[in-house]
Write a protein that binds this ligand. Structure first.
Ligand code: MG
Length: 353
């Protein structure tokens, strides 16, 4: 807890947010650079909380219109080990190839820009990310998670349980600094009523060495299959790996192994989540928001609360909102069906009739 340090004007709190989210202008932006808040000490702990979730059955998948989705065939090629498709094809005849479903995070499973800021503000003050139940109830279930995410995860979990799928992986260009992606996974599993570990692995920016032309990272599905994870398989053999992603052009194995979805960028205010931060001055924050006409970028934090937890947090939110302008609620995005379509497609891919 940084209460003591808050009195010091010489220390700086870094609240880096990190993902590959396009901003409102459609350009990539980076939260990798710390947002320096004019506040006090930075003594937060990077350790995420873990271990939540319940066991439940699979969900339903609605019928689909497949016209926009570019599934995903398997052409037997994999560039990760430098061999041609034909050469690999011969090697693969003798070795099993794991069925792996990869899920991109940002703009695929949800829109996490404001969430990332709120979660890291929370971690700064509390030493851990918000309790997942609170994060899900006050923010993620309010539109940050994409419609159909729960259904997609439950479909994948059912395929895994039935042996049609070996693994579900989050494969993201975002950084897992401080366990942020682990934390999002925890929330994903909780919201989906799936036990922890259903998503069994995370591949994040830290695993990638290839920058993509658009500033994200290139994703090589071949790194999923190594001697440690699949000792019986040929390392780099991604024949049966599929990824759900809004950036199919960044997949090393080509767009044909990608179930592409449109970028999902519903904007959800971080304020309701932050109002649950212990010690939050709700009255002061609501006054600030009212004076700004409800517009986060226009909030002026008064000197009277500038050095408080609420004031410092508001300043961070304003800083972020000025960089990445809040968008009005989109009914179109709220009715998005891409992940429902995707759930049906992974059934076709991994458990064909
Ligand atoms: Mg993405």
């Amino acid at each position: 807890m940084a209460a003591a340090a808050l009195s010091s004007p010489h220390l700086t709190l870094d609240v880096p947010s990190n993902h590959d989210t396009p901003n409102s202008a459609g350009m990539l932006h980076y939260y990798d650079e710390p947002v320096h808040l004019s506040l006090a000490g930075d003594n937060y702990d990077d350790g995420p909380t873990r271990g939540l979730g319940t066991d439940d059955g699979p969900g339903l998948v609605t019928p689909v219109d497949n016209t926009r989705l570019t599934l995903s065939g398997d052409d037997g090629k994999c560039g990760s080990d430098g061999h041609s498709g034909t050469c690999l094809g011969l090697m693969h005849q003798c070795t099993p190839s794991p069925n792996i479903l990869c899920l991109d995070m940002d703009e695929t499973l949800g829109s996490f820009g404001p969430f990332c800021i709120a979660a890291k503000i929370w971690r700064h003050f509390e030493g851990s990310f918000p309790p997942p139940q609170i994060a899900v109830a006050t923010h993620l279930s309010q539109g940050a998670f994409r419609p159909g995410m729960k259904e997609l995860l439950n479909t994948a979990a059912s395929l895994k349980q039935s042996g049609h799928l070996d693994e579900i992986v989050i494969f993201t260009s975002a950084s897992n600094e401080g366990g942020y992606v682990d934390y999002v996974r925890q929330c994903v599993e909780l919201f989906s009523n799936l036990p922890p570990g259903t998503v069994s692995r995370i591949i994040s920016k830290e695993h990638s060495t290839m920058p993509a032309p658009d500033g994200a990272t290139m994703k090589d599905l071949g790194i999923l299959v190594d001697n440690k994870s699949y000792p019986g398989s040929q390392p780099g053999d991604a024949r049966n790996c599929i990824i759900v992603d809004d950036k199919p052009h960044n997949i090393c194995q080509g767009t044909n192994v990608c179930l592409s979805v449109r970028p999902y960028d519903q904007w959800v205010s971080p304020m309701e989540l932050l109002e649950h931060l212990p010690g939050w001055d709700r009255r002061a924050s609501q006054e600030c928001i009212e004076h700004a006409g409800g517009k986060l970028p226009d909030i002026q934090v008064p000197d009277s609360i500038a050095d408080t937890k609420t004031g410092l947090s508001l300043a961070a939110v304003v800083h972020d909102a000025k960089q990445y302008a809040p968008k009005p609620w989109s009914d179109t995005l709220a009715a998005d069906t891409d992940l429902f379509h995707t759930a049906s497609r992974i059934i076709s891919r991994f458990a064909p009739q």
